[in-house]
Ligand binder design. Structure first.
Ligand SMILES: [Zn+2]
Length: 283
């Protein structure tokens, strides 16, 4: 399986919290260094704390051998803006990243759709796919989708209010959810493909993972996974299967391949209600 992080440099509205962004950067990179994992990070150049923060962060990831891709400038939703506005945001989002990759003799290769939204109508979906191909982007698919972002939001609130017992409780529920959703997609893989593809996990560059990536990765190891790069994972022939979904949802590619083969989407495990409430700022 491959590990990927969206919303670099820091997910959420905290990019200018200095303590926070150092914790996220060091937490993620430190754990991956220890476990000798090369992940992929997808950047929103417009959501960092200024251009210097963005370029410093990209440098740190590249220095450790991670792949860096584009996640658009400002994380717009293709479902709510015209395609031309969306593609302009994609191009605006590659300026720093492309230059930094080229300085190192690397190529900007991967695009990750914000919200995993790839087009709600046939025209938009086709238009975006053609735009990405014309700009030499490969789509960074996701198979292990999950509700990590909801747990991360709740965890961020607990961090702000310095509620350590709540942080611990959220982290435990997070790890349990991730194992449940892994088992779900392992089963779906068998039903859709008759085997497991090289899986691609979606995570975000947030404090939750900075603090708890190690036990999360230990869970995957326990279930028998080795870690490969995104490039290696995408060589699995499963990724040549057409994406059979056109619509507003951000679906795992396992569901998309299932729809191509006439297999209906099955509801995924959700976060516990109390986590959703905590994420929204409730009790
Ligand atoms: Zn994102």
């Amino acid at each position: 399986m491959a590990i990927t992080f969206d919303d670099l440099p820091v997910a959420g509205a905290s990019a200018c919290d200095g303590e926070m962004r150092v914790a996220v950067l060091n937490g993620l990179l430190g754990t991956m260094r220890k476990r000798k994992i090369r992940a992929a990070g997808f950047v929103n150049e417009g959501l960092g704390c200024g251009a210097l923060h963005v370029s410093n962060s990209i440098n740190s990831w590249l220095n450790e051998g991670h792949i860096i891709g584009n996640h658009s400038f400002s994380h717009r939703d293709i479902n709510s803006i015209p395609l031309s506005e969306y593609t302009a945001d994609v191009l605006k989002g590659e300026v720093i990243t492309r230059a930094m990759l080229e300085q190192r003799g690397l190529r900007l290769r991967y695009y990750r759709h914000p919200f995993l939204h790839a087009g709600a109508t046939p025209e938009v979906k086709k238009g975006l796919a053609e735009f990405l191909a014309a700009n030499k982007y490969e789509v960074a698919a996701v198979t292990f989708d999950n509700q990590e972002w909801v747990f991360a939001r709740a965890y961020q609130r607990a961090y702000v209010s310095r509620n350590n017992s709540q942080k611990k409780r959220i982290a435990q529920a997070y790890l349990a959810h991730m194992e449940e959703v892994t088992a779900f997609f392992e089963k779906r893989s068998q039903e859709v493909l008759g085997r497991e593809p090289a899986q691609i996990l979606l995570l975000h560059a947030n404090l939750l993972n900075a603090d708890h990536l190690d036990p999360l990765l230990a869970m995957y190891r326990r279930r028998g996974y080795d870690f490969v790069t995104l490039t290696e994972a995408l060589r699995d022939p499963a990724y040549e299967i057409a994406d059979g979904y056109t619509g507003p949802k951000g679906l795992s590619w396992i569901h998309r391949w299932g729809l191509t083969k006439g297999i209906a989407v099955v509801e995924e495990p959700r976060e516990p209600e109390w986590v959703a409430k905590a994420a929204a700022g409730g009790e």
